[in-house]
Design a protein around this ligand. Structure first.
Ligand SMILES: [Zn+2]
Length: 254
């Protein structure tokens, strides 16, 4: 991809949909990594059916002054905010070049390419594995990526240096909070099964805040600190380490 270096691109602001494959315009048009998006006029198609043929022009000769074609961008982030577009995706700066038609609030350009992207935390997946695969697609654009977290803008990934330590710290911390929350939300209760690694599956007899009593296959009752029993997302079951399980000096349950 080349932005002609004898022209300084105009910088505008846009909102993109962030899908698994990367970026799309809000109208669904995909943006390819490493390739400028070139405007194509659709008015000629519409013109013939709507009797506006006189307004039609060569589809590739876009944008035209008296048409609606071109790649749209706003002049300010504020505008994306007040119009509400912001909440439909991720905001970022976009380089615009070629023929650029200027309007009061924005531009219509012949060519466009994302300059940088600002990810709102609510659009990030919860687990690190999902985040990684989603970000992978985004880094292919080579545009700098920021995340807006804890009320500040944190650099996440840059073309020259890759992932930043501060950005990764933020993502790891966020993901940890998510797991902690899930852990708390999930209540261990009577009848649940707990895998005591190395010893077998036990059934919860009593679950308290501090500890749980579980019964093993041989009817032995075992006491386990509640914090030692964790939900394993991969195996979809409660698990604990054999070292955390203490035999109880109570009669086996008949
Ligand atoms: Zn047009």
């Amino acid at each position: 991809m080349s932005i002609p270096d004898y022209i300084s691109p105009i910088v505008g602001y846009r909102v993109w949909q962030w899908v698994a494959a990367g970026l799309k315009s809000l109208n669904g048009e995909p943006w390819s990594p490493g390739k400028p998006l070139a405007a194509a006029c659709m008015a000629s198609n519409r013109g013939t059916t709507a009797g506006r043929a006189e307004a039609a022009h060569d589809a590739n000769d876009a944008p035209r002054e008296k048409c609606t074609c071109g790649v749209y961008a706003s002049k300010s982030l504020e505008h994306l905010h007040t119009t509400g577009y912001e909440r439909y995706g991720i905001c970022g700066e976009v380089n615009l070049w070629g023929t650029v038609v200027e309007h009061e609030q924005g531009f219509r350009a012949q060519f466009a390419y994302p300059k940088n992207l600002y990810l709102p935390p609510k659009m990030l997946p919860s687990t690190l594995a999902e985040i990684q695969s989603r970000l992978q697609a985004l880094t292919l654009y080579g545009s700098d990526i920021f995340v807006i977290g804890n009320g500040e803008t944190i650099s996440l990934w840059a073309k020259d240096s890759g992932y930043s330590p501060a950005g990764l710290d933020y993502l790891i911390e966020r993901s940890k909070r998510y797991y902690d929350r899930r852990q708390r939300d999930r209540n261990l209760k009577r009848g649940d099964r707990v895998a005591i690694l190395g010893r077998g599956i036990a059934v919860v007899e009593q679950a308290g805040d501090k500890e749980a009593l579980v019964v093993l296959w041989n009817k032995n009752v075992v006491r386990i600190g509640r914090k030692e029993i964790v939900w394993d997302e991969g195996n979809m079951r409660w698990e604990t380490d054999a070292n955390a399980a203490f035999e109880c000096l109570v009669q086996p349950i008949q």
